[in-house]
Design a protein around this ligand. Structure first.
Ligand code: HEM
Length: 466
């Protein structure tokens, strides 16, 4: 048994053979080339290692050991805090956001938020997703080229505004769309994102300063979102099948509805964590399908075996090879490399280590998905793995796990499948440059470098009639 010293920002844990002290170059690599860096560290130090604090990054234990992941995901949820690890997004999502809550409040809020994301509900969103994908794609014409990532982002943003916020075309929709696009884009360069990491930069020095500009946009956005919430609450006939309507009608165990502030914060959370993730996953999927002709052929064969124009969304979502392609896309380069950090509330024994309260545990999705003992030839894109065997939730975790598993998992997979099927059924595309793509950092995510430029060879006439 190894006993670790009390956690403090300048101490190194004594993990024999597994302790890592980063020099400046290694620190830079962790930020700029995390793929190589994480792989090197895993080879050198094993599947549980410690990284000391650096700049804005806290000290963490990086974990890619399956049994340890199982122990973390199945432990009593009161053992950890995750909310504090997500603190930097508080200015965007607000203090009532699910991702900032812990303990009983987190549990209760999850119960309220979960029903709209499951089963029958999903069916209703399918036709909306088809319509939006077709509308965005209608601008692609033969011989044109386009970059997949921003196009997929336009689809996923519109999908969230319609299915989650329940917004229909009109002035308020246009204004919210415009402000949101600007606001989210403003955090995407490493320079502007630093405002979120450093509290000292969060000063209102007028509309031209980054923070001042952000605050003004946020205030306008809040006004619009609150107008929408109040209007719907006051006119029940406006309530529909969208997630906001369902949340307005939801009641907790004491029969209490969600407050306007809670509603606003959860809407912003879903938007913030739900649209870019799905867009990036779709950009990766389009890359792999067009990079590997045999994968595209098999997928087309499967899609041709159904009457696409009149197919029910659920029937498309159940196609096995389409499912395997989406799963493999999220395995090989998961859009998020780590789950949320789990911070120990009390000491815990993990794989023989005695970990003190305060320790930050970081399950590393990327390293787990690259384990050759689970995924032979892990660098190869092979959807067949998902047809040949089932993986446990501790071996395959693009959506994290345990009590914090992604709330939008089923929704995101559904959207990915419908959009990918629509693109392939309606267009014949090729990569503008056929070269291997590596992930590059964009904010907190890892996206295909260059965004995946595609050329339109031909437009087929297989429109889905929703
Ligand atoms: C491909 C797309 C997506 C990926 C890869 C993804 C991944 C993740 C991951 C890794 C987590 C952290 C889980 C953990 O720490 O164990 C998470 C949490 C979360 N995701 Fe997603 N996500 C995606 C799409 C969505 C969508 C579409 C929504 C909603 C519309 C959504 C809503 C959430 C929420 C609310 C949480 C916080 C859960 C909690 O704290 O209890 N995500 N997601």
């Amino acid at each position: 048994m190894v006993t670790l010293p009390e956690n403090s920002s300048n101490q190194i844990y004594k993990l024999p053979g597994r302790t890592l002290k980063l020099n400046l170059l290694q620190n830079m690599k962790l930020v700029l080339q995390p793929v190589h860096f994480l792989e090197q560290m895993q080879q050198k130090y094993g599947d549980i290692f410690y990284t000391p604090p650096f700049s804005i990054f806290p000290p963490m234990i990086v974990i890619s050991n399956i049994q340890a992941i199982q122990e973390i995901f199945t432990a009593d949820s009161q053992l950890f805090k995750s909310g504090v690890g997500n603190e930097i997004v508080r200015p965007i999502v607000g203090g009532n956001s699910l991702i900032l809550l812990d303990g009983n409040r987190h549990l209760q809020q999850r119960k309220l938020l979960m029903p709209p994301f499951h089963g029958e509900r999903m069916r209703a969103y399918g036709h909306t997703i088809f319509d939006i994908a077709q509308q965005v794609m209608s601008t692609w014409t033969a011989k044109d080229s386009f970059v997949a990532r921003p196009c997929m982002q336009e689809i996923s943003l519109t999908v969230i505004l319609r299915t989650v916020f329940g917004l229909q075309d009109g002035e308020r929709y246009q204004q919210i769309h415009q402000i949101l696009t600007k606001m989210l884009d403003s955090f995407n360069s490493p320079w502007s994102a630093s405002v979120l990491f450093f509290k000292a930069l969060q000063r209102d020095w007028g509309a031209w300063s980054p923070w001042g500009n952000y605050l003004r946009q946020k205030q306008r956005l809040d006004e619009l979102v609150y107008q929408e919430i109040r209007e719907r609450k006051n006119q029940p006939e406006l309530l529909g099948e969208d997630i906001l309507s369902l949340l307005i009608s939801a009641r907790d165990a004491d029969g209490q509805p969600m407050t306007d502030e809670e509603l606003r914060d959860e809407l912003m959370t879903m938007l913030f964590v739900g649209h870019e993730t799905t867009a990036n996953a779709l950009a990766w999927a389009l890359y792999w399908v067009h990079y590997l002709p045999e994968v595209r052929e098999k997928l087309l064969q499967e899609l041709n075996s159904i009457e696409f124009a009149s197919a029910e969304p659920m029937a498309i979502a159940q196609l096995p090879y389409l499912n395997a392609v989406c799963c493999e896309t999220l395995r090989i380069y998961p859009v998020v490399f780590f789950t949320f950090t789990r911070i120990l509330q009390t000491p815990m024994q993990l794989m023989g280590y005695e970990l003190p309260a305060g320790t930050m545990l970081s399950p590393c999705i990327y390293l787990i998905h690259q384990r050759p003992d689970i995924y032979p030839e892990p660098k190869q894109f092979k959807p067949e793995r998902f047809l040949e065997r089932q993986f446990s939730p501790y071996e395959y975790l693009p959506f994290g796990g345990g009590n914090r598993r992604c709330l939008g998992m089923a929704f995101a997979m559904f959207e990915m499948k419908l959009v990918l099927a629509t693109v392939l059924s309606q267009y014949s595309l090729v990569l503008a440059q056929k070269r291997p793509l590596l992930p590059e950092r964009r904010g907190l995510m890892f996206v295909p470098s260059g965004g995946v430029r595609l050329l339109v060879k031909e437009r087929k006439n297989r429109v889905h009639k929703s």
